[in-house]
Design a protein around this ligand. Structure first.
Ligand code: HEC
Length: 201
C-alpha cells in the first residue's frame, strides 16, 4: 500500500507528538500504562501503583534525597518497625533458610507470608548454588558482625524495613508491606544470627 504524502506527514506528526509526550514525562506515561493494564485481584489492589512518601522522594531525587529529608524519612520508617511482642528476635534458622530460598509471595493468590526470596539478591550460605548480587553477600553475617543484641536488632529491623537504614534501598520492606509474618522474620533473623546456621559456618 502506498501512503499519500499528507497521510505520511500526519502519521509522522503523530509519532513526533507521542515522542515529545514521552520525553516530557516518561514516568507519567509508564504510570498511565500500568494503571490501564493492571487489574486488581486478591491481595494485589490498585494501591500497589501508588507511591508512598519514601518512593516519591527517591523517584524525585533519583535515589538521593537531600540529607535533611533523607534523615526525616528514614526516621519515620524506623519508627514504624514493630518489634516482636515477646522480645525474642531469633526463631528457627532451619525454617528461616526455607523462607530465604523461597522466591514466592505477594501474588494475588497469596495471603502474604510465603517466601523472602533473599537468594535473588544475596549469597546466603556456602552451599547456595545460585544467587543474585544486587545486595551484599550475607555469608558469615553473624560471624563477622558478632552475635550481640544490637546486631540482632539491626538484622531484624533491616528485614522488617530496609528503608529504615537506607531510604532508597532496593531491598523489599518485608514487615512493612506484610510480605513476611513476625514469626518468619524471626526465623530469617536466626538464619543470619544463629552460630549453628550455615550462614555462619
Ligand atoms: C531485591 C533485592 C533484595 C532482596 C530480595 C533482599 N535484599 Fe537484602 N539487601 C539488598 C540490598 C541492595 C542491600 C544493600 C543496600 C541496603 O543496605 O539497603 C541489602 C542489604 C541487606 C542487609 C544488610 C547487610 C549489611 O551488611 O549490613 C541484610 C541483613 C539483608 N539485606 C538481608 C536480607 C534478607 C534476610 C532478605 C530476605 C528476607 C533480603 N535481604 C532480601 C537487596 C535485597
Amino acid at each position: 500500500m502506498r501512503l499519500g504524502l499528507a497521510a505520511m506527514m500526519a502519521a509522522g506528526a503523530a509519532v513526533l507528538a507521542a515522542c515529545a509526550a514521552l520525553q516530557s514525562s516518561p514516568r507519567d506515561g509508564a504510570l498511565a500504562l500500568m494503571q490501564r493494564d493492571f487489574h486488581a485481584e486478591g491481595i494485589a489492589g490498585m494501591d500497589r501503583l501508588k507511591e508512598d512518601d519514601v518512593q516519591a522522594a527517591c523517584n524525585k531525587y533519583k535515589d538521593s534525597p537531600p540529607a535533611e529529608l533523607d534523615a526525616k524519612l528514614r526516621g519515620k520508617q524506623y519508627a514504624g518497625v514493630k518489634w516482636p511482642a515477646d522480645g525474642k528476635l531469633l526463631g528457627d534458622w532451619k525454617a528461616g533458610e526455607k523462607i530465604a530460598q523461597n522466591g514466592r509471595g505477594m501474588t494475588w493468590r497469596d495471603k502474604g507470608g510465603v517466601g523472602g526470596g533473599c537468594y535473588n539478591c544475596h549469597q546466603i550460605g556456602p552451599d547456595t548454588t545460585s544467587f543474585g548480587t544486587i545486595g551484599p553477600s550475607l555469608y558469615q553475617f553473624g560471624k563477622l558482625r558478632g552475635y550481640g543484641t544490637d546486631i540482632q536488632r539491626y538484622a531484624y529491623a533491616k528485614i522488617y524495613n530496609a528503608k529504615a537504614y537506607n531510604v532508597c534501598s532496593q531491598m523489599p520492606r518485608f514487615g512493612h508491606v506484610g510480605a513476611l509474618t513476625e514469626a518468619q522474620m524471626k526465623d530469617v533473623t536466626a538464619l543470619l544470627m544463629d552460630p549453628a546456621s550455615p550462614v555462619n559456618r
